[in-house]
Write a protein that binds this ligand. Structure first.
Ligand SMILES: C[S@@+](CC[C@H](N)C(=O)[O-])C[C@H]1O[C@@H](n2cnc3c(N)ncnc32)[C@H](O)[C@@H]1O
Length: 248
């Protein structure tokens, strides 16, 4: 696998198309897809300063693509993941990974320069408590990167999308009929209907973080504008990216 070394302009049509093409091949070439996404996320973080030398905590880091990219850039990156199967999805658990739940990270207050979580928030029942734990382990002035696919996104139903628009139960039944296997996700068990409007309001009400950026993670243009239009944002944002700064 080779990845171009120059960062893509973000936002740009070229970047979005490249990420989308990789996403379409996620099943057949996950290494390429996640390596590209990890590089893109690290580029987004480095807009706020270099990662080299920073302590980065990757919560719900799965099989470790993001942690690997942070380390490649010189960060001291640590992965926390509660599911042993996710950790071993590439045949071996990532180096220095910790089996731990994001609600209760085995870390002291304020140890991280950056607390990172990609596509985990929609998999937890209580996103604000999960976020509070990310804030707790981040030092004052440090960054919190959190992104999630909201329920009304075209990809909100994950492998059952877009049939989740007709209801979660129907979408699950349809998936089973079509594939002969049970869907990986069940709404209310390991996938939750999280929405953009309420999440933005809750995050803006917090007094322990300031919102540096609230944008669509993948859109090619007007990435911040799309998150400001009530109702429409629930469908078109696709995936909300929040970059927060921990208050002193
Ligand atoms: C869709 S995967 C995302 C993996 C990786 N972060 C990425 O973006 O490719 C969701 C991950 O969230 C993890 N997860 C679910 N509940 C969690 C929790 N309470 N604390 C931490 N991670 C959790 C899952 O085990 C899974 O690895």
């Amino acid at each position: 696998m080779t990845l171009a070394t120059a960062p893509f302009a973000d936002p740009s049509l070229r970047r979005s198309l490249t990420l989308f093409r990789a996403f379409l091949r996620e099943r057949t070439d996950p290494e390429h897809c996640y390596a590209l996404l990890a590089r893109d996320s690290a580029d987004q973080l480095e807009k706020y300063g270099p990662l080299a030398g920073q302590v980065v905590v990757d919560v719900g880091g799965g099989s470790g693509h993001f942690t690997e990219e942070f380390r490649r850039r010189g960060a001291h990156a640590y992965l926390f993941e509660p599911d042993p199967d996710e950790l071993s999805a590439r045949g071996h658990p990532p180096h220095q990974a910790v089996l731990a739940d994001g609600y209760m990270l085995p870390l002291a207050d304020g140890v991280a320069d950056v607390c990172f979580s990609s596509n985990v928030l929609e998999h937890v029942a209580d996103p604000q408590t999960f976020l509070s734990e990310m804030v707790r382990v981040t030092r004052p002035g440090g960054l919190i990167y959190v992104s999630f696919t909201n329920w009304l996104s075209p990809w909100g139903g994950h492998e059952m999308a877009p049939w989740h628009y007709l209801g979660a139960r129907r979408a699950r039944e349809r998936y089973h009929r079509r594939t002969g296997t049970a869907a990986k996700h069940t709404l209310g068990e390991n996938l939750f209907a999280i929405h953009i409007g309420p999440t933005l309001r809750q995050v803006r009400r917090r007094d322990d973080v300031t919102v540096l950026s609230a944008r669509s993670r993948y859109w090619p243009f007007l990435t911040g504008v799309v998150t400001r239009v009530p109702w429409l944002r629930e469908v078109i944002t696709w995936n909300l990216l929040l970059i927060l700064r921990r208050c002193s």
